[in-house]
Write a protein that binds this ligand. Structure first.
Ligand SMILES: Cc1ncc(COP(=O)(O)O)c(C=O)c1O
Length: 403
């Protein structure tokens, strides 16, 4: 079965993982990461969500509203709540699935402390419009509004040639195995302002503890398991284990607690040296990884025109294609159809955060129809860099019902 994603780990990552290391590996990863994405500083965390929560606390936000799309990864709102702040939802557009900036402008109030500008699926948001909205609101309300560019899906995405990760107070990256590049788990913040980076680093060092014990060995085992697990030969079995049994729940559901507002138990521990070493190897491959994603996406867009009821993703210059999202009339039927043809398609993002029961108290009757629609109708085709031409052709044939 063709997996919906596959981390681009090769021999280099495994070799780096088994080498002895030290906390200096994390510092080296931070430096390399910052350099790669043209930032002054990088500050590493155990997860992207922990990075966001740390940022909000380090800059002193408390009881402030944090504006973010409802159609995003729920951990963004988990970080907002767990840092003592208040989620404020906005709807997304149906063109590039990013938040509707008119709604952002309308949602800002004297309580707004931050905006998480998510560049979903690798599609860059209109930066000029975002800056203008924030500037105007800061003048109106006389307070700083922190802008976090959420680049978890859009490492290196560019809007009109400009790197989106360079144009806010900080940029947030998630580094788990579903991301464009991975450090096994992990998260990173990048900064242009070295003083702000120092503030966040000091907060991290004061609040996160070094991880030890068996954790590095468990991370190594997890890394090693990804090689066979995401190979298309055994993947049918892994898929069966995941969807028909509870064997993998501890790994998958413990990480993604969509319904409960909490972090994984180790979110208060620092990034491990083993993760940093793997991340550094991945960084060196970044250009090739994104080029392969772009090629796969371009191929799909050409080959999948005219399927009744399908809405293909927009062709946005500078997008980095963490996903290839397609809106389909009946998602369950589509997922079953593809599975029957040996293709696992994703359902990301399969919820609208404001509509989750755990977030009802903050959604205050907001309808957010586009978030709801996308959460019910989106599939993602495998677009990962290791997809072979033959696999890509199988995906296209399955989509056209010919496999
Ligand atoms: C849009 C978005 N933001 C932030 C994150 C946070 O990353 P992590 O899973 O490392 O906490 C993710 C990852 O799942 C994401 O998809």
């Amino acid at each position: 079965m063709i997996p919906r994603l596959r981390p681009a780990f090769g021999l280099g990552e495994l070799t780096a993982a088994i080498r002895p290391g030290s906390p200096a590996d994390v510092e080296a990863f931070e430096r390399d990461f910052a350099a790669r994405f043209e930032a002054a500083e990088g500050v590493a965390f155990p997860y992207g969500r922990a990075a966001l929560a740390a940022f909000l606390q380090a800059v002193g936000l408390k009881d402030a509203e944090v504006i973010a799309p409802s159609y995003t990864c729920v951990v963004v709102q988990h970080a907002t709540v767990l840092s003592g702040n208040v989620p404020r939802f906005v709807d997304n557009t149906l063109t590039d699935y990013n938040m509707d900036l008119d709604q952002v402008a309308a949602a800002i109030s004297e309580r707004t402390g931050a905006i998480v500008a998510t560049h979903l699926f690798g599609f860059p948001l209109d930066l000029d419009r975002l800056h203008a909205i924030v500037r105007d609101a800061e003048q109106r309300f006389g307070r700083k509004i922190w802008v976090i560019q959420d680049c978890a899906h859009s490492f290196g995405a560019r809007w009109q040639g400009r790197l989106v990760c360079r144009e806010g107070d900080t940029a947030l990256f998630g580094l788990n195995i579903s991301k464009v590049l991975s450090s096994i788990f992990g998260g990173m913040l990048t900064f242009n302002d070295a003083a702000l980076a120092a503030t966040v680093r000091a907060w991290r060092d004061a609040h996160l503890t070094p991880a030890g014990g068996l954790k590095p060995a468990l991370r190594l085992a997890y890394l090693a398991a990804t090689y066979p697990a995401f190979h298309s030969l055994p993947y049918g079995f892994v898929h069966w284990l995941q969807y028909k049994t509870s064997v993998l729940d501890r790994l998958t559901k413990a990480y993604h607690l969509d319904e409960a507002i909490r972090f994984p138990p180790d979110a208060g521990e620092r990034m491990l040296p083993i993760e940093a070493r793997v991340g550094r190897v991945q960084l060196a491959k970044y250009d090739a990884l994104v080029a392969a994603r772009r090629a796969n996406a371009a191929h799909y867009t050409e080959a999948l025109q005219g399927i009744p009821g399908w809405v293909l993703p927009p062709l946005v210059e500078g997008a980095t294609w963490s996903h290839y999202p397609v809106r389909v009339p009946d998602r369950d039927a589509a997922v079953r159809h593809f599975a029957g043809h040996g293709v696992h398609v994703g359902e990301v993002v399969e919820y609208s955060v404001a509509h989750l029961p755990s977030y009802a108290q903050w959604a205050a009757g907001q309808e957010l129809p586009n978030a709801l629609l996308c959460s019910r109708h989106m599939i993602n085709l495998p677009v990962h860099p290791q997809l072979t031409e033959a696999e890509r052709a199988r995906v296209v044939a399955a989509a056209r019902g010919r496999a």
